[in-house]
Ligand binder design. Structure first.
Ligand SMILES: N[C@@H](CCC(=O)N[C@@H](CS)C(=O)NCC(=O)O)C(=O)O
Length: 216
């Protein structure tokens, strides 16, 4: 029996990672929409839980944790040990390598494309900035492509939390109006993620409400 609550709007890429892992592990939970059109990030109750004032935040019993990667890693360790979370430290180091790279390098790159191309109103588009951001993202996707030539998942032979934090980019990346060079391993990975109901539910979410909207 779990006592899990997730706060955050489902159109947030960072919330989507958490929904995916909750669904992947079939963890019952309460979901409270927050942020964006739902507002509420500056309430004193929320800031007492998450002084960073952003979504997602997760509560599991007496634990409150924020930062999407910390949440995904916690749920994977607590409820998916040996599955999403390798027990062997050497196997886990590789998973952490890709997960931390996703947080520090990969997500800033592809999110920059999303902000410049999707969230920024079309009249304000800066083509040079978009091209530069796409090029930086493609360097990251090329790294993923190479890695997926060695193993079916970023961490190796099975899906881990590294695939969740990095794969959460894939729906937006594959549906944004950009030129994407064909990367067969990336396509195969995306197809295999799409076979998972948890991925479809958490990540393949319309971003219509974000188009041309810089406000949140
Ligand atoms: N590093 C944080 C970033 C969190 C973040 O930027 N959240 C955004 C949504 S993706 C947010 O709360 N924006 C304000 C809003 O939705 O109102 C994490 O990974 O959890």
């Amino acid at each position: 029996m779990t006592d899990i609550t997730l706060w955050g709007r489902l159109s947030s890429g960072n919330v989507q990672k958490v929904v995916w892992v909750l669904e992947e592990l079939e963890l019952p939970h309460e979901h409270i929409p927050l942020g964006g059109p739902f507002k509420g990030l500056d309430s004193s109750d929320y800031l007492a839980m998450n002084p960073n004032g952003l979504v997602p935040t997760l509560r599991d019993g007496d634990l409150v944790v924020w930062e999407s990667h910390a949440i995904v890693r916690y749920l994977s360790a607590a409820y998916g040990s040996g599955l999403l979370f390798p027990v062997d430290p050497k196997a886990r180091a590789i998973v952490d390598q890709w997960a931390d790279w996703a947080a520090t390098t990969f997500q800033p790159a592809w999110m920059s494309v999303f902000w410049l191309l999707v969230r920024t109103p079309a009249a304000q588009h800066d083509k040079a900035a978009i091209d530069k951001a796409v090029a930086a993202s493609l360097r990251c996707y090329a790294m993923i492509e190479d890695r997926l030539g060695e193993a079916p998942y970023l961490g190796g032979e099975r899906l881990t939390y590294a695939d969740i934090v990095a794969g959460a980019s894939m729906y937006r990346w594959m549906t944004m109006p950009i030129d994407r060079p064909f990367m067969p391993n990336l396509e195969a990975w995306y197809a295999s993620l799409n076979e998972r109901a948890a991925f479809r539910k958490g990540v393949c979410v319309s971003y219509e409400e974000l188009v041309g909207r810089l406000a949140f």
